[in-house]
Design a binder for this molecule. Structure first.
Ligand code: URA
Length: 240
C-alpha cells in the first residue's frame, strides 16, 4: 500500500462505482475492503494502478467508468427504476452513483440473479432477442411433473406469443425443476410450467450465461469480477 501518497481509498472506491464516498467509507469500516490482501483502514491512501484493491474479495474496476453489479433480487422487489405502487426497486438496492440499469427483468415474485450496469453496449447485446445467453432457473412447481410434461418443456411449449425454443430441463426433486432457456419472453418460465399443468410456486434465477453465485444472499450485490465480465463479453460476441 502506498504510504502517504496516492488517493484516499474511499475516493478510489467511489470513482470505481461502489457508491457514494460515505457508503464506501462504510464498506471500509465494515472490513470488507482489502488492499494488497490486508484489510484496509479508513483514510488509507492507495495507488489504483499498482495496489490490488478488493471488495468482498472481488477486485474493483474493470474499465474506467463502467460498473457491473450482480444482485440477488429478493421476492417483492421490482425490476424498474421507479414503482408507482411504491414497492422497493432493484436500483434502490445498489449504489446510486453511477446510475445503473437492470439488464432484462425478473418478475416481482421472482428471486435470484440480476445484472445491473451502466454498460449500454453489454446490455444491448445481452438483451438482444436474436441472441440471448442461457439463463438458468430453479422452479418449484405445483404437483410432480411426469416425463411427458418434462418432454413438452424441453421440446417447446405453445404459448400465446408462439412456441418456446427447446429448453434444458432437469428434475432436482419431484416438484423442483432446473430450467435453462435462452429467450427472454415475459414471464416465460411461469407460462411454460403453467402450460404443462404445473404452475410455478417459487422461481429463482441461478445463472446468467457464465455468471453464477451461490453465496450471494438475497438483497446483496457485488461487483462482477473482471473474469466474469470478460466471460459475459465472450458469451455475447457475435450478437446483432
Ligand atoms: N421467467 C419468468 O416466468 N419470470 C421471470 O422473472 C424470469 C423468467
Amino acid at each position: 500500500m502506498s504510504a502517504g501518497s496516492g488517493d484516499r481509498l474511499q475516493k478510489v472506491l467511489a470513482r470505481a462505482g461502489l457508491g457514494s464516498r460515505r457508503s464506501c467509507e462504510a464498506l471500509i469500516a465494515a472490513g470488507r475492503v482489502t488492499v494488497n490482501g490486508a484489510v484496509a483502514v479508513l483514510g488509507a491512501r492507495v495507488d489504483p494502478e499498482h495496489d490490488r484493491i478488493e471488495v468482498d474479495g472481488v477486485p474493483i474496476g474493470v474499465r474506467a467508468g463502467l460498473v457491473h453489479y450482480l444482485l440477488n433480487k429478493p421476492r417483492g422487489v421490482v425490476t424498474t427504476a421507479h414503482d408507482p405502487q411504491g414497492r422497493p426497486t432493484v436500483v434502490s438496492l445498489v449504489p446510486p452513483e453511477p446510475r445503473v440499469h437492470p439488464v432484462g427483468r425478473l418478475d416481482a415474485d421472482t428471486e435470484g440473479l440480476l445484472l445491473l450496469t451502466n454498460d449500454g453496449e453489454l446490455t444491448h447485446r445481452l438483451t438482444h432477442p436474436s441472441f440471448g445467453v442461457e439463463k438458468e432457473y430453479l422452479a418449484e412447481v405445483r404437483g410432480e411433473p411426469g416425463r411427458a410434461a418434462l418432454r413438452r418443456l424441453r421440446e417447446g411449449v405453445d404459448l400465446e406469443d408462439g412456441r418456446t425454443s427447446p429448453a434444458k430441463v432437469g428434475r432436482v426433486a419431484p416438484n423442483l425443476l432446473r430450467i435453462t432457456i435462452h429467450e427472454g419472453r415475459n414471464r416465460q418460465v411461469r407460462r411454460m410450467c403453467e402450460a404443462v399443468g404445473h404452475p410455478v410456486v417459487r422461481l429463482v434465477r441461478t445463472r446468467i450465461g457464465p455468471v453464477t453465485d451461490r453465496t450471494l444472499r438475497p438483497g446483496r450485490w457485488r461487483p462482477l469480477r473482471q473474469d466474469e465480465v470478460r466471460a459475459l463479453e465472450r458469451a455475447i460476441r457475435g450478437a446483432d
